[in-house]
Write a protein that binds this ligand. Structure first.
Ligand SMILES: Cc1ncc(COP(=O)(O)O)c(C=O)c1O
Length: 394
């Protein structure tokens, strides 16, 4: 019988998602008749916009769902490039755009391009958990840099410089971030791009939540750091802003001289991004779709505006107001020293599912939990009421 010692060593270092365990426990409580308020789920509750579904239905009826180029359909690459001009006022050559199987594949391709064994890559801690694993499966060393409210829970140029060694290949920023919802200030983003360039490293910016910005007009790093734009790797996705998580479609804007190598990697790793999804995504940039996604962005903002003060009122610590995405990273140390046990208790006692900090890194995870506002307002209100009752009664 196969045992884990027969497997590659790297598999032992890949941690499971604790949020999945929360979800499994929540589902089993639901099966026993309880109602649960789900504030753990990291995908929008909104369905894929109707024009996108209609485009997919037309493509399916037309047949011809074959492999595409590993770089994606040329018309979709052009549409994404045009989106950068229309939305962010930056000219991006379609030649730089690579359509991928979700931004997950985008991150993996870029890491596979950049990381050799034992190379270091700087990541914010707390941060999106899969980033560490992408570096690890390539046998590189993910370096989690502790970040907190003083830097808006983001890496800064100074932190990058301080943590840089001769083995460091680059840094990854996600703005807005998962799990904190915080963004890198525009000046800081310029300083980061300049610093990484000076250190002869590579900067990856994950802009998957950028469309869901609530406090000012979103700006891509490609527009903010124009003098470094040709060297940047920007990763984005149709999953969140366009409500297409299950369609598995994202993209990279890569330095033009690296496109050929990324294409070779994509050809070998998964041949091409999903064809039906690419035809569907062509409808994302139509005015009718953008009107729907804009309305939903406003709904997300209203949810944030309700939930942040409500959680503060209950005693959770949220020192920096999140300005994008749909997550709140809250200090729960007032209620418990161990956030994992706290999440279990809250699920059992209040019927509210939330995610423990341990999913997002090694820096003070026991003191934090993540709330997702991916449910409608009435459910959020009910979640807050349940939490209030539960925390009072403890
Ligand atoms: C910050 C961040 N980047 C990337 C991803 C990957 O998303 P997808 O592969 O659906 O584009 C996620 C998913 O939750 C995320 O939160």
């Amino acid at each position: 019988m196969e045992t884990r010692t027969d497997l590659a060593a790297r598999i032992r270092e890949i941690a499971p998602f604790h949020v999945m365990e929360v979800q499994t426990a929540a589902r089993s409580l639901e099966a026993s008749g309880r109602t649960i308020v789900h504030m753990e789920i990291g995908e929008p509750d909104f369905p894929t916009p109707a024009p996108v579904v209609a485009a997919a239905q037309r493509a399916l009826a037309d047949g011809g769902i074959y492999y595409t180029s590993a770089l994606g359909l040329p018309e979709l690459r052009r549409a994404i490039a045009t989106h950068y001009r229309d939305r962010f006022g930056v000219e991006v050559s379609p030649e730089r755009v690579i359509v991928t199987a979700g931004s997950s594949a985008a991150l993996l391709l870029v890491m596979a391009l950049l990381v050799n064994r034992d190379d270091r890559f700087l990541l914010a801690d707390p941060g999106y958990p899969c980033n560490r694993q992408f570096v690890r499966v390539l046998e590189g060393e993910p370096v989690g840099v502790p970040v907190g409210p003083t830097s808006n829970y983001q890496l800064t140029a100074e932190l990058i410089e301080k943590n840089w060694t001769s083995m460091t290949r680059g840094a990854l920023i996600a703005s807005p971030s998962n799990p904190t919802g915080t963004m890198v200030a525009h000046d800081e983003m310029r300083a980061i791009a300049a610093t990484v360039d000076r250190l002869a490293g590579h900067l990856i910016v994950d802009e998957i939540y950028l469309g869901l910005s609530y406090d000012h007009e979103p700006q891509s790093v490609l527009g903010l750091a124009r003098e470094h734009a040709d060297e940047l790797f920007v990763v984005s996705s149709f999953s969140k802003y366009f409500n297409m998580t299950g369609w598995r479609l994202g993209w990279i804007v890569a330095p033009e001289r690296h496109v050929r190598d990324l294409e070779t990697l994509a050809q070998n790793l998964y041949i091409s991004p999903p064809t039906l999804s690419q035809h569907a995504a062509l409808a994302c940039f139509e005015p009718a779709t953008l009107a729907i996604t804009e309305e939903r962005r406003q709904a997300f903002r209203a949810r944030r505006d309700f939930l942040v003060p409500a959680l503060r009122e209950l005693g959770f610590g949220i020192p920096t107001t999140p300005s994008g995405g749909f997550f709140i990273y809250a200090d729960s140390s007032r209620f418990a020293a161990d956030s994992q046990a706290f999440c279990r208790d809250v699920l059992e006692g209040a019927g509210v599912a939330i995610t423990p900090g341990i999913d997002f890194g090694a820096y003070r995870p026991n003191e934090h939990v993540r709330f997702a506002y991916t449910i409608e307002m009435a459910k959020l209100e009910s979640g807050v009421e349940r939490l209030a009752r539960y925390l009072r009664g403890r």
